[in-house]
Design a protein around this ligand. Structure first.
Ligand code: HPA
Length: 268
């Protein structure tokens, strides 16, 4: 553990108590209100030296440590996206701190566009794999052999089956599919969406893949869920925009909260 990770961990534990965190949760666009459900202590990223300065509207840059459904969780109310500063490893320090706080698992959430006719705006999609369409990697520059992270089972089968069971228990449909990371911040062209479809992508978004790679690098089990806010470019007449993403995310957020609460009660 580096001095910076140790210092941040000590600061967070001094404020929020030192009981080990079980699970980390990263909240995507329009999903920030989930952090308000956690009984605990909110620490602004600005007070955590080295945490990202997130400037995307619809994100709430606090780390909330507390209890949700009786489980000790750490909720990241915002992530830094690659498109903000060109840094694919911006979430490395926060995730290393999550690990140092005791967590063994991470659930990442995001807003995404769907490429599948059976997955519509307002629906959720559980990631069963991903395609890195960006050519970037958060581990570039890492010098140790730990950088050669196996990604065959990157999206943890046990967490996924726990999330599927939780969704079933709540009556929420939770299709699985492949998420494709597009760097953004511009949205994709219809031709890019056709290319992603040919490659096997079911949804597209501008986040999550770096965090999945970093989580595996750090030895955290990881699963991710998309809230579908729109059909991907060229697949409907709808105008794709960030405003639209923020307006639509709450549709899926209510289902997501139900599934996550059920998962924490019975699935983790
Ligand atoms: N593309 C990329 N990112 C997104 C989309 C999309 O269609 N919708 C929400 N986030």
């Amino acid at each position: 553990m580096t001095d910076q990770i140790a210092a941040l961990t000590a600061l967070i534990q001094a404020r929020a108590g030192s009981a080990p965190v079980e699970l980390g949760l990263i909240l995507g666009s329009g999903l920030g209100h989930l952090a308000a459900s956690v009984e605990g202590v909110a620490i602004p990223y600005a007070e955590l030296d080295g945490f990202p300065h997130v400037g995307v509207s619809g994100h709430n840059p606090n780390l909330v440590i507390g209890t949700l459904e009786g489980r000790r969780v750490a909720v990241f109310g915002a992530r830094e996206h690659y498109y903000e500063n060109g840094n694919p490893s911006a979430m490395r320090l926060p995730l290393a701190v999550l690990k140092a706080l005791g967590a063994t698992a991470l659930i990442a959430t995001n807003a995404a566009g769907s490429l599948r006719a059976d997955i519509l705006p307002g629906d959720l999609m559980l990631l069963n794999d991903h395609i890195n369409f960006s050519g970037l990697n958060p581990l570039i520059g890492e010098r140790t052999d730990a950088r050669f992270v196996p990604m065959t089972m990157a999206h943890d089968p046990e967490l996924r089956s726990g999330l599927r069971a939780a969704a079933k228990a709540c009556g929420v449909t939770l299709p699985e599919g492949v998420y494709t990371w597009y760097s953004g911040p511009s949205f994709e062209t219809p031709a890019e969406i056709r290319a992603i479809k040919i490659l096997g992508g079911d949804a597209v978004g501008m986040s999550t893949v770096p965090e999945v790679i970093l989580a595996r690098f750090l030895g955290l089990r990881v699963a991710a869920i998309s809230t579908i806010t729109n059909m991907a470019a060229g697949l409907s007449d709808e105008q794709i925009s960030h405003e639209h993403t923020k307006a639509m995310a709450p549709l899926g957020a209510a289902k997501l909260e139900q599934v996550l609460r059920q998962f924490l009660r019975h699935g983790l």
